[in-house]
Design a protein around this ligand. Structure first.
Ligand SMILES: [Zn+2]
Length: 274
């Protein structure tokens, strides 16, 4: 990213982020330059194809790395030097594990954010109510969390968000404003739908990878090594392994002077409209 900044800074000051717009402009410029080289100086056609291939690669990278802010700005860490970090859980509510997670959080007296999937709410209404009544934050993680969700258009994405929001609103009277894209993948339609509904996209900068086959020890060490002031940690409230990793993470934070704060506090943003 540093290299990218150096390349784009002179052209797109003051912001040199690798956004879709900046990337497209840089590659358009490169493609035209190579095209002219081909026409006037006899460069082989490979010189025209090369920036096109690299452009495609940049788009794949930008879409799949939420921290790149490619299509939409995502809040992935807090701007602070204080030893404060936020904890987030995706993919609940889960009847087997969300309440166990809440128990651990309560034991350590810390608040977290739960990005819930709309289709998981039916039958687990009490869990949603408990997350809210115990002072944790609810965020939107779409209704279907379908593997093919990124092929959806703007309107369909809006429906994904509004149906989950409506289900949570019915139970808590809260209108969620935090949205975490499934798999951390962003698309132009997702970005537009999110902007239409005035959501704040919340990412992370520590991916625990707690849904992989890695052992509790490996996952905990991964988190410990990356924990810094302003970190946002991504967990999933869907396994016993996460319950244990959470305990170890909170113990480590306590022993090393890290305070767990809510995403609202870490980012200085409001999680709800009302
Ligand atoms: Zn998810």
């Amino acid at each position: 990213m540093v290299l990218w900044g150096l390349i784009t800074q002179p052209f797109f000051c003051p912001s040199a982020d690798m956004t879709f717009r900046n990337t497209s402009l840089v590659f358009l410029f490169a493609i035209i330059l190579c095209g002219l080289g081909h026409y006037y100086f006899g460069f082989t056609l490979w010189w025209v194809f090369l920036p096109i291939i690299l452009y495609k690669a940049a788009i794949i990278y930008g879409s799949s790395v939420i921290q790149s802010n490619f299509y939409i700005e995502a809040h992935c860490k807090g701007a602070t030097k204080e030893k404060v970090v936020a904890i987030t859980f995706d993919d609940g509510p889960d009847p087997g594990f969300t309440l166990k997670i809440i128990q651990v959080l309560n034991h350590f007296d810390v608040k977290a954010t739960f990005f819930v999937i709309g289709k998981n709410i039916r039958g687990n209404e009490a869990i949603i109510k408990q997350i809210d009544s115990e002072g944790h934050i609810l965020g939107n993680h779409t209704f279907s969390h379908s593997f093919f969700i990124d092929f959806k258009g703007r309107k369909a994405f809006r429906e994904e968000l509004t149906s989950t929001m409506a289900a949570v609103y019915k139970l808590t009277g809260r209108q969620m404003k935090f949205f975490r894209p499934p798999y951390g993948v962003t698309t132009p339609h997702l970005a537009n739908a999110s902007k239409d509904l005035d959501y704040e996209v919340i990412g992370w900068n520590i991916r625990s990878m707690d849904t992989t086959g890695d052992s509790e020890e490996i996952i905990t060490n991964r988190i410990k090594e990356q924990m810094k002031p302003g970190s946002i940690i991504l967990f999933h409230d869907t396994s016993e392994k996460t319950v244990n990793v959470l305990k170890q993470t909170l113990n480590f934070a306590k022993e090393n002077g890290f305070k767990i704060v809510s995403t609202e506090r870490l980012l200085g943003l409001k999680a709800y409209e009302i």
